[in-house]
Design a protein around this ligand. Structure first.
Ligand code: PRT
Ligand code: MG
Length: 216
């Protein structure tokens, strides 16, 4: 029998995916938070999970090292989606991609004046397209985390980051000034694997789709 490999990241995506996997009859035999294993066996001998960085999920699926993966739309947008089939919005790990500035910085005025803005972000591709669409000139500064710090120390006028509760912005004297897109996590499938292993993959897609509908 073909074996199926599913790539996902630990933390919120793993936690919110566990019930969907369970609905599909897939139960991991280890907990990635306590185990250091990167390959997790499941109750099904033909299904294993691999634990990778959230932003690496599309890469594993693109090259067929994983047949399926679960990744945020933020990550998929930056990756570009080559080689990936995206059949399902799982409606998990929801948040919003926002532009934020330090309290007191007049973003609208800067935009209206046509000022050139310095924007720090992990999401360079998404940010570039957003500001190009608005006709705002930006210098993008690539960061790998803790974007909230950038406006506070004069690295940038604005950041592009994910916001869910808003607590992180608040704690750092920042305010959201613009929404770029709603984010949720998507199931992605390697296009070749879908053809070759459809008999095993399709039932997983179907049960995930049912589980999402039931949670809605
Ligand atoms: O942590 P690591 O660098 O390994 O990767 P990652 O941050 O991409 O992974 P992880 O597990 O933190 O996030 C995985 C996915 O969860 C992301 O790709 C998003 O699609 C989704 N998600 C949902 C979020 C959030 N909500 C979220 N709030 N990802 C990150 N955040 C961060 C945000 O960047 C900010 O620093 O949480 C902070 C804001 O949260 P609030 O509640 O204070 O607003
Ligand atoms: Mg994180």
């Amino acid at each position: 029998m073909n074996s199926i490999t599913i790539a996902l990241s630990k933390g919120r995506i793993f936690e919110e995916t566990t019930p969907l996997l369970k609905a599909a009859g897939i139960v991991p035999l280890d907990d990635p938070e306590s185990s250091r294993k990167l390959i997790l066996d499941t109750n099904r001998p033909d299904v294993r999970l691999i634990i990778v960085r959230a932003s690496d999920v599309p890469t594993y699926v693109q090259y067929g090292a994983a047949d399926l993966g679960i990744a945020g739309k933020d990550v998929l947008y930056e990756h570009g989606g080559a080689g990936l089939y995206e059949p399902l919005d799982l409606q998990i790990a929801r948040c919003r991609m926002m532009v934020a500035v330090q309290n007191g910085f007049d973003y609208q005025q800067a935009v209206t004046k046509g000022a050139r803005l310095r924007v720090a972000t992990k999401y360079v591709q998404t940010a570039r397209e957003h500001f190009a669409r608005k006709g705002v000139h930006v210098d993008l500064i690539k960061l790998y985390g803790s974007m909230e710090l950038a406006p506070l120390v004069g690295l940038a006028d604005a950041i592009v980051d994910l916001v869910s509760s808003g607590n992180t912005l608040k704690a750092n004297d920042l305010v959201a000034v613009e929404e770029i897109m709603d984010i949720s996590s998507r199931l992605v499938v390697n296009q070749a694997a879908l053809k070759l292993k459809r008999a095993q993959i399709q039932p997983i897609l179907d049960t995930f789709a049912d589980a999402v509908r039931q949670q809605a």
